[in-house]
Design a protein around this ligand. Structure first.
Ligand code: COI
Length: 351
């Protein structure tokens, strides 16, 4: 079993003056977690230490072949966290798929708690803000052959953050991408591999240039069935029931996705995890049965979608406004996360 060393920073940084302007992922706290892996020692040298840059060989495997995985979760005021053990389990699953050595989930979970306790004064308090936590593992062997590295860094950094989308909770506009694809079944779309996100930037940038916040990916085979947005899973309310794409290997098994499904079912709403064709969605928008659309993700929380553009067709959802169910699920989920509503599912932990 690893030991966790704590080395506190002697030079604490100035905290952001206004929680209104945190944005997402720009600011980092005083400390980080780092643990190393080598062939000889396995995972070792676990430490919570001052936040600092790495010195790596330009030949480090991560720079060339992207053998890297990550997670995203949050700490809320009152030192609360939401399903952190599920993030650790998903990271372990990503590690297996990317030939990264398995780690002791319980140990890392405890080390993460310790890091958050050390930097607890960085947890913002304003509504809609939180301390975003980014656990990452990367391959650092200085070697250009394509095979699994034997040395790795496992690090966790913390970033006080506000809303993921620049416009806050305002419903977003999404471009349905029908040329490029995000993932194929049998590939790595179901894990949080860094390369998935790098590969999404090209289409994302083109959509941003046209005024969209994000891209909605379609399946790689027929370019017809909805997959996910990349930074979030997607859900549609049609005729009072909820529809979301199934987890068949090309969609990330979102923890917020799962929580939202359970909250919706708990409210007596029927939830379908089944393939959703974009042309059927378009028809549903024309006949008025498409009532609400929203995305779910750790960073995105529950984000209302007000407009989708597919080819030359514009789908305006609920008059471009956040729907009632979206609002209710947002209130319920964030109520549990911020400790304002009862947590009957046992999803939260207070450190
Ligand atoms: C998250 O929601 O935590 C994510 O990892 C998505 C994104 C910011 C890359």
């Amino acid at each position: 079993m690893e030991q966790l060393e704590i080395k506190l920073s002697k030079h604490l940084k100035e905290k952001p003056k206004s929680e209104n302007e945190l944005g997402f992922g720009h600011i980092f706290t005083d400390h980080m977690f780092l643990m190393e892996h080598s062939a000889e020692k396995g995972w070792h040298n676990a430490v919570v230490k001052p936040f600092e840059d790495f010195t790596l060989s330009p030949a480090a495997a991560v720079f060339h072949y992207a053998q890297t995985i990550f997670e995203g979760l949050k700490a809320y005021p009152g030192l609360r966290m939401f399903r952190p053990w599920d993030n650790m389990a998903r990271l372990q699953n990503s590690a297996r798929r990317m030939c990264i050595p398995e780690f002791d989930e319980k140990f890392v979970l405890e080390a993460m708690y310790e890091l958050v306790r050390v930097d607890k004064d960085w947890i913002p308090k304003m509504e809609g803000t939180s301390l975003y936590i980014r656990p990452t593992i990367m391959a650092v062997d200085p070697f250009l052959g394509v095979h699994a590295s034997s040395s790795y860094y496992f690090f966790i950094i913390l970033s006080p953050s506000g809303f993921y989308y620049a416009d806050g909770v305002k419903p977003i506009k999404i471009f349905v991408e029908d040329t490029y694809v995000r993932a194929v079944i049998g590939g790595v779309g179901h894990i949080k591999a860094g390369g998935n996100y790098a590969a999404s930037i090209y289409a994302g940038d083109a959509a941003t240039a046209k005024g969209y916040a994000q891209v909605l990916w379609l399946d790689a085979h027929e370019h017809r069935f909805v997959e996910e947005v990349g930074s979030m899973n997607i859900m549609f309310k049609i005729n009072g029931e909820l529809y979301t794409p199934p987890l068949r290997g090309s969609v990330l098994p979102g923890i917020t996705r799962d929580s939202t499904i359970r909250l919706a079912k708990d409210r007596g709403i029927t939830v379908h995890e089944e393939p959703i064709a974009i042309d059927e969605l378009y028809k549903a928008s024309l006949d008025g049965s498409l009532e609400e659309v929203f995305g779910t993700g750790t960073a995105a929380v529950i984000s209302s979608v007000g407009e989708l553009t597919w080819k030359d067709k514009k789908i305006v959802v609920n008059g471009g406004k956040m729907g009632q169910l979206t609002q209710e699920l947002y209130d319920e989920l964030t109520g549990i996360q911020y400790g304002k509503r009862p947590d009957k599912f046992g999803w939260t932990v207070q450190l």
